[in-house]
Ligand binder design. Sequence first.
Ligand SMILES: Cc1ncc(COP(=O)(O)O)c(C=O)c1O
Length: 448
Amino acid sequence: MTKILMKTKKLPGKNSKKIIDLDKLYISPSYTRDEQYPLTIKKAKGMWITDFDDNTFLDFTAGIAVCATGHCHPKIVSAICKQAKTLIHMSGTDFYYESQGLLAKKLNDLTPGPSRKNVFFANSGTEANEAAIKLAKAHTKRTQFIAFLGSFHGRTVGSLSLSGSKIIHKQDMLPLMPGVTHVPYPYCYRCPFNQNPKTCSIDCASYIENRILGSLIPPDDVAGIFIETIQGEGGYVPAPQKFLVELRRITKKHGILYIDDEIQSGIGRTGKMWATEHFGIVPDIITAAKGIASGLPLGAMIASSDIMDWKPGMHASTFGGNPIACSTALVTLDLVKKTLMKNAEKVGGYIKSELIKMMPNHRLIGDIRGMGLMIGIECVKDKHTKQIATKERNEIIYECVRRGLLALPCGKNTIRFCPPLIVTKKEADMALDVFEGVLSHIEKKKFD
Ligand SMILES: Cc1ncc(COP(=O)(O)O)c(C=O)c1O
């Protein structure tokens, strides 16, 4: 434990403050930078971040669940340099280059379902979802969508219309894309139907089938249902298998496309390439981004070729599927498939089980959930009433940062651990040590 900051540091340091001051003058204030989380990044390697004052931090954020292969993995750096020396851009919208086709073929092979798939490349998660919205409309000739409360699908108008996690995202933006109906997500720790998850009759699914499609929207008008198999920004909430199976049945019955947003949960993060594979569900469309190219901007919308039947000119992107991003993604996917996915399962399982062991000793932890290296820790003021503990959650995160552990919030009161998939058991132990120390510290302050 030599590398990690064990003593509380005053952040930002002198040099970091300069960076932050410059930023404040010239950068859009719409970014969600937090005064209390003043992290600057000078360089990063593997699991470690160094700020402009030479403080080091153990990264349990992976740049918001992006850097799957860790920071500056030598094979990734080499793929970027090699491609940059040969071809940087020529627009795959109008011309052909090899890396796009190779990557599409690889994604085809790695995606569940027997049929051949086609891939549309974008630059980000939100663009991948915009592409899915447009394809769903084009293919079905229908206009309506169903999405979930608590979901996050991106910040451009179509994806934002599907999202239902934070009011601020929509402030002064309404009306958005018409034709989206939000339904409750199966958030079993706080069941929207007040059921016990062990005995419930999947009311979330029957609500969609009977209330929404039975009395509100004609099923034949619904193009697609967007679902995060594990809700990300909404609080790292996995949907239960029986719900997903029911949802798939309902979509098939009505010819509604099942659109699986794997932007956060995909690319090995949960221990399988896609979270949906844990449940044996084959979606009609999968959207991916974040971890796919180890930090280079790339999004992908993957659909079977009988669904991806739109005509030339109906959708495209100048930069989407850029040669450097595609070459990097090819190496990323190899690393993830060969070793990192298994590591995510193993080390993620270890972290989760250690957190579960901590639970009885810590009043602020209400729930531990997630799969692989997508782990949510929901904070409550009281385990019985489950009153949400947003302030305490934030204090825990800020104190972790001051002690050298980077973590992120999600939902109103959840802490997420989403480290790079290269994290070792030793690094997991360091993080758990810091986290438990911080929990005890905050609890002592609050309850003693
Ligand atoms: C599930 C999910 N979908 C879509 C997005 C949007 O991705 P991007 O920020 O790359 O547009 C995110 C980003 O957090 C996400 O977690």
